[in-house]
Design a binder for this molecule. Sequence first.
Ligand SMILES: Cc1cc2nc3c(=O)[nH]c(=O)nc-3n(C[C@H](O)[C@H](O)[C@H](O)COP(=O)(O)OP(=O)(O)OC[C@H]3O[C@@H](n4cnc5c(N)ncnc54)[C@H](O)[C@@H]3O)c2cc1C
Length: 421
Amino acid sequence: MRWDAVVVGAGPAGSATALRLARAGAAVLLLDRARFPRHKPCSEYLSPETVRLLGALDGAALAAVLARTPARLYGMRVVAPDGGSAVGRFASDHRWPAPLPYGLALPRADLDMILRHAAERAGAAVREGVVVEDLLYEAGAVAGVVLRDAGHGTRETIRGRVVVGADGLRSVVARRLGERRTGWPRRVAFTAHVAGVADVGEVGEMHVGRRGYVGLGPVGGGVTTIALVVPATGARLPHAGAGASWRERLLPALEAFPLLAGRFARAELVRDVIAVGPLAQWSRRAIADGACLVGDAADFFDPFTGQGIFTALRGAELLAEVLIAALAPPPEQSLPRAPRGGPLPRAALAPYARARRRAFLGKWAVERLIGLGVGWPALTNRVVGRLARRPRLGDLVVGATGNFVPARALFAPHTLLRLLW
Ligand SMILES: Cc1cc2nc3c(=O)[nH]c(=O)nc-3n(C[C@H](O)[C@H](O)[C@H](O)COP(=O)(O)OP(=O)(O)OC[C@H]3O[C@@H](n4cnc5c(N)ncnc54)[C@H](O)[C@@H]3O)c2cc1C
């Protein structure tokens, strides 16, 4: 059998793509090496615009998220290395209203499980516990995947008219296509769920230090999610003696940040620490003959701005629109389309590459500017000091990272000047 689409990875990007394609009538196979629910290293925050996208994707999925009583985050606090702090709120009186005055936060194990089930409900066939190891080529175009059953170790070939690489930061599909690039700053992240953190409130927190930063926020049920992001070179949690637990190693590293000292005195880890990295990986092209990339497999720079799930869902929306048109029975005049049943040629996928550029150029610029900026302590001290004195400017920055204030609002010369002077 040849599937219309073989989607590798059932995270937000893969599940949302599979859901949209299946709903349009395509024969879709969604593959993941994990068995769900599975954890994913993440700060687990959905910006207001991401919540809106989730509702637009599938009302039942959003209802299932709300039924998990996720935490509500009304904005973000940024703390500089010198201890200065500023808060930006989503609800503000600038000219770009937030779709909601808050974002949501819940464990990725729950969110991703909900999305994976939504894809299946829409008609996608789902296989878990299967590792995609390679791509299958026919006449120079990708025509399927080679997978290994994680349980039995047996190998199998699956054919599809298009292979969608939605397999995350370390995407096998992107690497096999030869499109993967890594860059500076090379950072790694240690993430954990912690109960009993003092003074966790209704805003997310980003604490910037001299060597890295910590993202921290509630995810419901009295649990706080923590992500410590540090340079990959020499990235190591403090040694606390042989046999030291993660609690004895991770929590002291957090206490070193000025406004975190003392907040973990009664804290307990309720999920193992998961490390991930190096970050800053992207693919030179998101399309090839018979294949395309979406979500982190296409591009992931740095988690500081918390835009990854937004990009995954929005990328899936853009991709599904192009694939649905390309997979439809070809009318006479549509030249770029594939012969019926064959791999989709790159030309048929080109509108997706163009749509990504249009949709994400501003986001890429904001993400890279902030991601690089937090590597300079003096610059962070200065900008946070300005934001503390000018709360509306803070709202604007948080709105831009929350994906509802356009990037051009941040890059306007008078805004940049007010951020620095
Ligand atoms: C420390 C940190 C904090 C973050 N915080 C936030 C945040 O607060 N908010 C936010 O929006 N974003 C955040 N992000 C980014 C966000 O986690 C990602 O952008 C998002 O998960 C991307 O979704 P995805 O579907 O592309 O990939 P993933 O969610 O990584 O899903 C990929 C899937 O592919 C599967 N897979 C991988 N390889 C194979 C294979 N060979 N065969 C079969 N299956 C495979 C995996 O099991 C996985 O299920 C953070 C990231 C990090 C590292």
